[in-house]
Design a protein around this ligand. Structure first.
Ligand SMILES: NC(=O)c1ccc[n+]([C@@H]2O[C@H](COP(=O)([O-])OP(=O)(O)OC[C@H]3O[C@@H](n4cnc5c(N)ncnc54)[C@H](OP(=O)(O)O)[C@@H]3O)[C@@H](O)[C@H]2O)c1
Length: 294
């Protein structure tokens, strides 16, 4: 709930942002079932978060801290479980060039936003294509925050052991394989494997993946990419919120972002409620695919 105010001084704006970020991280672990309000104080400022997504502050927060709470509180304002997906894309809906080059479509503010998303969830999942081609670390580095479990969805066991998620021992990695697929040799001790059933086309049901992650203690999950993986989770109805970070860039060809089952008429299109936030030169669309339980 934004509260219009005069812009604060840069020092106060930094302090407000830091308080808002602390509030979000506290909300992530807050026992919302028992305590429907969470209040945080710093100096003379007080921020109160309410189960279901409302917040208020005394004195009122400036626009940057208010937007931070507005954009991220829906992810952590109840006991969950919650699945958020993200894609960074061009104006024409591409997430990488034809050759797979994607660094960087988005600006630094969007990368900070992605790291905030990682810090607010228990697990960050990428598809085999992203794990192989991008070789991401999937860690929180651009801001201070908790590190998630890294999850690689690799039903055919084709992601090479040399990838960083399999070699960097500083964070745990869960390697999700399809039944019958061999785990790669030469991965570190920080990697655990789990085998899931595949259908006739070799796909693992996104519902089964979310269930496996919940069994592993991960209530909040970020589906970080790429386009195929995010699309399958959305098509299966498994995503609560989609954060689309749209950069003012036309790639004109290359890897598509969302690609959902074909529809014939626009009345079959999804029409979720969406909110818009400035994120440097990019625009963040916070898209509610499922309502907050409250
Ligand atoms: N801009 C961004 O935000 C962003 C984010 C991430 C990645 N990227 C870019 O996106 C590109 C990769 O994306 P992508 O769409 O090509 O690939 P992807 O989504 O990373 O991986 C797709 C692969 O993951 C496996 N997979 C995903 N869901 C599955 C399911 N339900 N069941 C079974 N297997 C499943 C399959 O592996 P198999 O092929 O082995 O069957 C599938 O081909 C890279 O170029 C990367 O740079 C961009």
């Amino acid at each position: 709930m934004s509260q219009p105010t005069a812009p604060p001084s840069p020092r106060r704006a930094d302090s407000e942002l830091s308080l808002a970020w602390q509030a979000l991280q506290t909300a992530r672990d807050h026992p919302w079932e028992r305590e429907p309000e969470l209040a945080l104080h710093r100096d003379s400022a007080r921020v109160t978060l309410v189960r279901g997504g409302q917040w208020h502050a005394v004195p009122a927060l400036g626009s940057a801290a208010g937007a931070l709470l507005d954009s991220l509180l829906p992810l952590v304002c109840d006991a969950g479980p919650r699945v958020v997906a993200q894609l960074g894309q061009s104006l024409d809906g591409r997430i990488a060039t034809h050759s797979g080059h994607s660094h960087y479509i988005n600006g630094v503010e969007s990368r900070v936003h992605l790291h905030r998303l990682r810090a607010l969830v228990d697990a960050v999942l990428v598809g085999a294509g992203t794990a192989d081609e991008d070789d991401p670390q999937l860690s929180v580095r651009h801001i201070a925050g908790r590190q998630p479990l890294r999850v690689v969805l690799d039903p055919r066991g084709r992601v090479p052991a040399a990838r960083r998620v399999f070699q960097d021992p500083t964070l745990a990695t869960l390697h999700l394989l399809g039944e019958g697929a061999a785990a790669p040799d030469g991965v570190g001790d920080h990697v655990s494997h789990r085998w899931l059933a595949r259908d006739a086309e070799g796909r693992v049901a996104p519902q089964a993946i979310i269930a496996a992650l919940q069994q592993a203690g991960c209530r909040r999950v970020l589906i970080e990419g790429g386009g195929q993986t995010v699309s399958q989770f959305i098509a299966a109805g498994c995503v609560d919120r989609l954060h689309l970070l749209v950069a003012p860039l036309l790639i004109g060809s290359g890897r598509p972002g969302l690609s959902l089952p074909v529809i014939d008429t626009l009345d079959q299109a999804l029409r979720p409620s969406a909110r818009r936030f400035d994120c440097g030169d990019d625009t963040l669309f916070d898209i509610a695919l499922r309502p907050i339980a409250g």
